[in-house]
Design a protein around this ligand. Structure first.
Ligand code: ADP
Length: 575
């Protein structure tokens, strides 16, 4: 696409400097002195005074702030008028500075005109039409006179005229070449800017798209999860084995979908810059021991021993939840890739201003060539068949991003057949007045994972009776209502913040969706309900760091969709 003239920078904008003003005036004075050798001195001085006057007027006019504030089109028109008036005057030198028969002074005249032509060609770069007209006005009258008078007997004069015309044509071509080069450069810069803008806009729309998708995708997945508990209860009550197997199958697929959804959305949201780390001095030992405990059942089933050597009192500047997810993934992998009888060691070492948290195993290991690739998305070694049971290949990609968000890193050392050592590096932190780590370890309980209760009664004992449910998604509301009713609770469902306030007297517990219709904030509703004496639970469809921080700040229990029946139950019990 050719840029419009309006978009292009105007070369004359930068030509009116004080130095150029004085340089031109000095040249004019020298020319006047030169012509004064062959003409009565008043004649060339009067001539150059008019040129200097026009030049000064022009300089004064175009440097005024009011002129610079004018639209580019207007400025260009005024530049053009000045240039053409000046060049018409310069061109009339063929009458006023012409000394018939004086070849040297005629040569000086032609040099003066060609000097002007060069100046025009340089100054008007980027505007072929203006350059051509100005050149013709300045040089052609004298050249034509030289040719005409040369034809009448003076070959040198004729050659000078032809030279003037040739020079004008050459200057026009030069100007055209320069114009196309300026256009090319300008076009390249414009394209680069457009590409950078497009990338920025894409990033923005990507982040908006994923914020919306994240919320909208989580709603139905969340609803399916909530329906699973009553469905399993029904199947168990009816003692229908086929139905129980079907529900378990749905449950497994739900888990896989939940995993994939959470990981892909986390990854894309991180890439779009929508995820921030909530960096706090975080104690590492409680997180490690909670995770080792959590993985003990899986490790035992695989015949793998997990040992933790992490001394208490070591604090890192980290986001507790991110650290938990990274470490959990490393432990999963270490156990998964260890042979029966193998062992996994979690160790913490100081390294200057950093902590090195290592997860070592003596499993299959990773070839040198694959060690960089495992941190890329969907990369799995030796799983060409993409067996979902063996993971998604996203865990380490997410772990890497988490590590970078926490100003740390993650690396691998491994030899095939001799095991693998994954190292998370994190900045050290001083022990805070009130440690956060225990809190992070507690939050393990509310992380997605266990979707149906593995053990214990399906109908829990809850110390509440009436629940106000504030949820705008009818599918999710229906599923939540069914589940809560199955647990013996009475539910009143409202969809908007206004209805929630209208029904504020109902129940002792409020479950609020974080995003409500008409831009209302579930957080505000939840806080208002708490002021009215209710216990409140906030459920969000987005993994929004700002919301998480706000919930933490107000000490509100926040669950992220999809929430399983078991999670909802334990959250209600904790209330
Ligand atoms: P996945 O969910 O498939 O485990 P990850 O991103 O966590 O995805 O890991 C990517 C790949 O890195 C794995 O598929 C595996 O090939 C390799 N890998 C990760 N950890 C280990 C380990 N401890 N031992 C051997 N290979 C590993």
């Amino acid at each position: 696409m050719t840029p419009t003239r309006d978009e292009r920078p105007d070369s004359e904008d930068s030509a009116h400097t004080v130095s150029s003003l004085w340089a031109l005036r000095i040249c004019e004075l020298l020319c006047a002195l030169m012509f004064a050798t062959a003409l009565p001195w008043q004649q060339p001085f009067a001539w150059f005074s008019v040129i200097a006057g026009l030049g000064m007027l022009r300089w004064w006019h175009v440097n005024r702030p009011s002129f610079r504030a004018r639209p580019k089109q207007q400025r260009r028109r005024i530049y053009r008028i000045y240039m053409w008036v000046l060049m018409s005057y310069v061109g009339s030198a063929c009458y006023f500075l012409y000394v018939p028969g004086n070849i040297p002074i005629q040569a000086v005249l032609m040099s003066y005109l060609l000097g002007n032509a060069t100046l025009i060609a340089v100054r008007l770069t980027g505007d072929l039409m203006r350059t051509t007209i100005a050149l013709c006005l300045a040089v052609l009258p004298t050249s034509i006179r030289f040719i005409v008078e040369g034809a009448a007997g003076n070959t040198l004069l004729m050659l000078m005229g032809i030279g003037g015309i040739c020079m004008t044509i050459a200057m026009v071509f030069l100007s055209r070449a320069q114009e196309s080069s300026v256009l090319h450069q300008y076009e390249q810069r414009r394209r680069a800017e457009a590409a950078a803008n497009a990338v920025a806009a894409m990033g923005l729309s990507k982040s908006r798209f994923f914020a919306a998708v994240s919320h909208d995708l989580r709603q139905p997945v969340h609803a399916i999860g909530l329906y699973l508990v009553p469905l399993l209860t029904l199947a168990q009550k009816a003692q229908d084995q086929a139905a129980i197997r079907a529900v378990e199958g749905i449950n497994q697929s739900w888990r896989a979908l939940d995993d994939l959804l959470s990981q892909v959305l986390d990854l894309t949201r991180m890439d779009s810059g929508a995820v921030r780390a909530d960096l706090q001095p975080t104690e590492i030992a409680p997180i490690v021991s909670s995770l080792v405990m959590q993985h003990s059942a899986v490790a035992e089933a695989a015949g793998v021993r997990v040992v933790a050597l992490v001394r208490p009192g070591a604090f890192a500047m980290a986001d507790g939840l991110m650290l938990i997810r990274m470490l959990s993934n490393l432990l999963d992998n270490a156990i998964k890739f260890s042979p029966p009888g193998g062992s996994v060691l979690v160790a913490l070492r100081p390294a200057g201003a950093l902590w090195r948290l290592q997860v070592r195993d003596n499993g299959v290991g990773i070839a040198q060539s694959a060690q960089e690739r495992i941190f890329e998305e969907f990369v799995q070694i030796d799983n060409e068949a993409r067996d979902r049971q063996r993971g998604l290949g996203l865990g380490l990609a997410i772990a890497k991003r988490f590590a970078l968000l926490m100003n740390g890193n993650i690396g691998v050392r491994s030899e095939p057949g001799r095991g693998c050592c994954m190292t998370i590096t994190l900045p050290r932190a001083a022990r805070p007045a009130q440690p956060e780590a225990a809190d992070a370890a507690h939050r393990l309980d509310s992380m997605p994972g266990e979707l149906l209760p593995q053990t214990g009664p399906l109908v829990p004992v809850l110390a509440m009776r009436d629940v106000l449910l504030v949820e705008d998604d009818s599918l999710v509301a229906l599923a939540t209502r069914e589940l809560l009713t199955a647990w013996g609770l009475r539910v009143r469902h409202v969809e908007t913040a206004i209805d929630a306030f209208r029904e504020a007297a109902y129940g002792e517990v409020a479950i609020c969706d974080a995003r409500l219709p008409h831009g209302a904030s579930g957080l505000d509703v939840a806080l208002a309900m708490r002021v009215l004496g209710k216990k409140v639970l906030l459920i969000s469809g987005e993994t929004n760091a700002a919301l998480r921080e706000a919930a933490q700040q107000h000490n509100l229990l926040l669950l992220t969709k999809p929430v399983s029946g078991a999670q909802l139950r334990s959250a209600l019990q904790n209330l």
